[in-house]
Design a binder for this molecule. Sequence first.
Ligand code: FES
Length: 141
Amino acid sequence: MRTVEWRGKPVWILKRTPEMVASLKKTDGKVADADSKRNPEEFTPEYCRNEHRSIKPEILVAVGICTHLGCSPSSKFTPGPQPSLPDDWEGGFLCPCHGSTFDMAGRVYKNKPAPDNLQVPRHMYMGDTKLVIGKDEKGEA
Ligand code: FES
């Protein structure tokens, strides 16, 4: 996972494995806002309001700031039982501050203090490999 800075915020760019993408089917029923319908203008651009919350299914672009009180969630990509996580953990992110958990698309799990999914900033691809953050076909964020 790479982290870049955008407007003073850390933005994660994560190339998900096929297993990580497949895990999103399993977390659909466990997350609070599976279709990114809450505050969509702020948190999820229209072209990312899908299960994987991205333009390309394998590439996640998300702001690495918890939507509760702004702590930095940690990567917990390995599925399975481990400290501070449920035994049926599918991989994702854990905010150590108050225990909010997010799946591999940054969707917050149900009954956690964080009210929203991690923010997906506006972004676009120029050609196959160049990613521009903070801007899309509709203009600058
Ligand atoms: S800041 Fe992340 S759970 Fe409170």
